[in-house]
Write a protein that binds this ligand. Structure first.
Ligand code: 5GP
Length: 190
């Protein structure tokens, strides 16, 4: 998606440890008009798939998922990272290793909100090594729901998570795939 790529080129900052900072428009300050365009792009790619639910993970997936969900007219369910007294009843859980925080944590979704009748689109801001996505796919599998695919804003292709999952037959649509990046350059996949 050209508009997203341009924003990455003009506002993205490459940090040490292969981290791309895009906090001026994606995951701290959020550009809602850009999110809306992303929603249109995902809807175009998944328009035939009769999605019934969007699944994401807190925190930075939530904003994008909510705007995308307007285009599909379905609810968003986000996997929670923290235990809470508000999270009662039976849960699907899966451990995820966090790329940005470099530690493992458990994510949880209430069994009330995901079931075998659902056709699920997973939305997230970044795909790097694929751990977050694998954890969400595990939860979807436990629920018996059908995984239609994933919609990712920025995939760091050089970290391999996306291609490894594609090889397993999982549909992943990324709006910008970065194949190489350094302090002063970012190269996108065609
Ligand atoms: P993965 O589990 O695929 O390695 O990493 C995905 C998660 O890590 C995303 O949900 C995102 O929050 C975070 N993440 C991974 N790489 C980056 C990055 O370069 N920049 C930012 N801001 N977040 C990232």
């Amino acid at each position: 998606m050209e508009q997203l790529k341009q924003r990455i080129l003009t506002e993205g900052r490459v940090k040490s440890g292969n981290v791309l900072k895009v906090d001026s428009f994606l995951n701290h300050q959020m550009d809602i008009h850009l999110f809306d365009e992303m929603g249109k792009a995902f809807k175009e790619r998944y328009k035939e798939d009769e999605i019934t639910k969007i699944v994401t993970i807190e925190a930075s997936g939530i904003g994008i998922a909510c705007i995308v969900a307007r285009h599909f007219n379905v609810p968003v369910v986000f996997a929670k990272k923290s235990e809470s007294r508000n999270l009662d009843g039976d849960l699907y859980t899966s451990p995820i290793y966090s790329f940005t925080h470099q530690k493992e944590y458990m994510v949880r979704v209430s069994k009330k909100f995901l079931s075998a009748e659902d056709k699920v689109l997973v939305i997230d801001d970044f795909l790097a090594n694929g751990k977050a996505l694998i954890g969400l796919l595990d939860i979807i599998k436990q629920s018996g729901a059908t995984l239609v695919g994933a919609g990712i804003a920025i995939e760091k292709g050089f970290q391999g998570g996306g291609d490894a999952l594609r090889e397993q037959g999982i549909r992943i649509e990324s709006l910008a795939i970065i194949d190489e990046m350094g302090e002063d350059f970012i190269k996108f996949r065609d």
